[in-house]
Ligand binder design. Structure first.
Ligand SMILES: [Ca+2]
Ligand SMILES: [Ca+2]
Length: 251
């Protein structure tokens, strides 16, 4: 039994080590002493539970929207609370279930209440209890086919004085209904205090979901993550590769 545990711990450490090394490589050593943690939002409670804050590693993330509308726990493939009309004309159905985690996500969307679509709550602000090195998330069903060429979405990160550090923008339709888009921005220093998801999305395409919040924490102040986050760390390594490829292509 002890040997088994030792073996498991050994492999957990190896997994951490390998993915940390890959992360370093992929980010040109900008993220030294960092710990990347993905919040899969699988433990957000029953549908309709208010989710305006999350604890990710040691970082408290507060989420607020214009008009202070709450974000709620919701479930993929479940039409009881409609957040977005997704793939195959089915409520809350992501186009690529393999690129979102599990069955749970958050949205302001409430069945039949279009005051809670993205255009009505835009922007969505994430603020952090301590400065972080990177932030990301996955949006579902935003910038779907049918939006106009001047519609766009931007994820921006800011320092303690609200100076813009960096941003990522996509413009125009990005895919068919239910599409998932991964967003990620990193900084050379642990100086990100807030992130804002904003844009211009027309009302009839503004249903949406958010999943997989990514925090790159300052490792020097970070405790060991729960084992459930290990899959997330491997996931974000792949996400980092996609992000790196994306930015490399577009700069
Ligand atoms: Ca999830
Ligand atoms: Ca849609």
């Amino acid at each position: 039994m002890t040997n088994t545990i030792s073996f498991l711990v050994s492999n957990v450490v190896k997994t951490l080590s390998v993915s940390a090394s890959l992360t370093l490589l992929l980010n040109n050593n900008q993220l030294a002493n960092s710990m990347t943690i993905v919040d899969t939002l699988e433990d957000i409670g029953a549908n309709g539970t208010v989710v305006n804050s999350r604890t990710i590693g040691d970082v408290e993330v507060n989420i607020s929207t214009r008009n202070n509308r709450d974000l709620f726990a919701n479930t993929y493939f479940d039409n009881s609370i409609s957040a977005f009309g997704g793939a195959n004309s089915q409520i809350n159905t992501p186009l690529n279930p393999g690129n979102v985690s599990g069955s749970r996500f958050i949205s302001t969307g409430v069945t039949g209440n279009f005051n809670d679509s993205f255009d009505q709550v835009n922007p969505i602000t994430f603020s952090f209890s301590e400065p972080i090195l990177g932030f990301g998330l996955t949006t579902i069903d935003l910038l779907e086919a049918g939006v106009t060429s001047n519609n766009f979405l931007t994820l921006s990160v800011f320092d303690a004085s609200n100076n813009l550090i960096d941003s990522q923008t996509r413009t125009g339709p990005q895919g068919t209904t239910g599409l998932d888009l991964d967003w990620f921005i990193s900084s050379e220093n642990a100086n990100i205090f807030s992130a804002i998801l904003s844009g211009n999305v027309v009302a009839n395409t503004a249903g949406y979901g958010i999943d997989d919040l990514v925090v790159v924490a300052d490792d020097s102040t970070e405790s060991i993550p729960e084992s459930s986050n290990l899959i997330g760390i491997v996931f974000v390594t792949l996400l980092g590769l996609a992000s790196w490829t994306y930015s490399g292509r577009n700069k």
